[in-house]
Design a protein around this ligand. Structure first.
Ligand code: ADP
Ligand code: SR1
Ligand code: MG
Ligand code: MG
Length: 451
């Protein structure tokens, strides 16, 4: 059977498809007699099939031309599959320890075949709801973020390499537009897609739409996010001149420099359902929102979702487990993640300081004093970006279209709303006052104060 044109695959047609692809059929020993095929997709966008028998296994990620969680009324390019594959390959090359191997990609069919992350791997968010500690999580995520962000930035790469890849990922514009809408716009306006725990949070949702200071800060973050993928188009001289003046006269905005704005190849959706974990293993999946954007968007997504997990714990506490110790573990994981990331990222920078990276030329940044100054400013800006993006992503999960299991699984609406309100207030404080925080320990203190 030919698969020369796109069509949605279901269990039976998927088996015919697998038979036609040696890279997949060989993974199950070309044995189709006792094959287990099950659709297990629980995310917002794609259909995911587990395929396994006694000889082996794999997973199929299949993108249909709409947003799965909404339905066909919300069309979405199936080309997202191409960018997910591209990013899985690149991130897998840079950090093979934490990215599952890709076996097959078919652009026509919008389909990726990859390693099945077998049990006991579970989605991290589910582990956080269940109160399970992952002792290596901070170390692994710091490692993943440091490697994938550093090695795709201008700290390591030449301008030519960087621009070439920025151009490639500019094609992922529809997914970027989706993020712009659901993270940076909809929560701050009336939108048919918004929802919240009503009536408890009615006033809070309305307050977001009337908070001028918050809107100002969100606009700045959106600009940082948005301008990354339009920056390629903005390679025209006029934009450089305009931005140059803008930077000169508005120094309080911490853009690093024009070329740094498309800072690195980011995952683009690095929340706690985008990783599968065991006690020993952390595997990052689902990078279909990947593009050259602000590093803080990834770091913030992870930290912000850990803070959401923290805020939801009281809703999961019961007589057997008050979750107090677990909350301490989440706080420690937040603190360790940033500290380890900072350590690993700056170590990579120091190691490659005299390499091909064109951000800070050795001929100019040629003494320890200026190097330290530059690094300190870079990491401070990155920290504040991460806080801002993390907070914005917390807010969208409470009043926007896509909610999180951390809160959704709290059946009692009043209890859920109490947890959500705490998270919302905390996120607003972090977003507005992020530049005042000098280190991650101060964030942990702020989280504790919001109890
Ligand atoms: P979406 O893009 O819709 O969010 P995901 O790529 O996150 O889809 O996958 C949805 C679900 O499929 C995950 O939550 C996970 O349960 C399962 N899944 C995805 N990739 C794998 C994998 N490699 N191994 C095992 N399960 C997977
Ligand atoms: C319709 S919004 C869908 C959301 O799910 C993905 O995981 C992204 O976070 C996106 O914003
Ligand atoms: Mg997902
Ligand atoms: Mg996805």
């Amino acid at each position: 059977m030919a698969f020369s044109e796109f069509r949605p695959l279901h269990d039976n047609s998927l088996i015919d498809y697998i038979k036609s692809v040696p890279a997949l059929s060989s993974k199950i020993g070309n044995d189709f007699d006792n094959l287990f095929v099950k659709e297990v997709g629980d995310g917002n966008l794609n259909f995911v099939f587990i395929v396994l028998n006694s000889a082996g296994s794999f997973v199929i990620i299949h993108a249909l031309p709409y947003v799965r969680s909404i339905g066909e009324s919300w069309a979405m390019t199936k080309e997202r599959s191409y960018f997910e594959w591209l990013a899985l390959k690149e991130k897998g090359r840079l950090c093979p320890e934490h990215v599952p191997e890709v076996y097959h990609f078919d652009r026509t069919m919008s389909l990726i075949g990859m390693r099945y992350l077998e049990p006991p791997h579970i989605i991290l968010r589910k582990g956080l709801v269940a109160g399970i500690e992952y002792p290596l999580l901070a170390e692994h995520m710091a490692d993943f973020m440091a490697k994938t962000l550093f090695f795709t930035s201008l700290l390591f790469r030449t301008t030519s390499e960087h621009k070439r890849d920025v151009a490639e990922y500019c094609g992922n514009v529809e997914l970027c537009r989706l993020t712009e809408q659901v993270v940076f716009s909809d929560p701050y306006k009336v939108s048919e897609y918004n929802r919240w725990t009503s009536p408890y949070l009615d006033h809070d949702a309305e307050a977001l739409r009337e908070d001028n200071l918050l809107k100002l800060e969100v606009a700045e973050l959106k600009s940082k996010y948005y301008d990354q993928h339009s920056s390629f188009i903005a390679v025209c001289a006029a934009a450089i001149v305009v931005l140059g003046f803008f930077l000169l006269y508005y120094k309080s905005i911490h853009f690093c420099s024009f070329c740094e704005r498309a800072q690195a190849l980011i995952h683009g959706d690095l929340h706690t359902s985008s990783m599968m974990v065991t006690h020993e293993s952390t595997q990052v999946i689902d990078p279909e929102f990947a593009f050259y954007g602000p590093m803080g968007y990834d770091i913030g997504a992870f930290l912000g979702n850990l803070i959401l997990a923290y805020c939801s714990q009281d809703g999961h506490a019961d007589q057997k487990n008050d979750r107090k110790a677990y909350k301490e573990w989440i706080l420690k994981t937040i603190e360790d993640t940033w500290n380890l990331f900072q350590h690993k990222f700056t170590a990579l920078w120091d190691e490659h300081r005299n390499g091909a990276g064109e951000a800070y030329l050795p001929a100019i940044y040629n003494n320890p004093e200026v190097q330290l100054l530059v690094q300190k400013k870079y990491m401070t800006d990155l920290f504040h970006d991460s806080l801002g993006f993390g907070a914005a992503k917390m807010i969208r999960r409470i009043v926007g279209v896509a909610h999180v299991e951390d809160f959704e699984s709290i059946a009692d609406a009043a209890k859920r709303a109490t947890c959500e309100k705490r998270a919302l207030d905390l996120a607003k404080t972090i977003l507005k006052e992020r530049r005042k925080f000098e280190g991650i320990a101060e964030i942990v203190s702020a989280i504790r104060k919001h109890e």
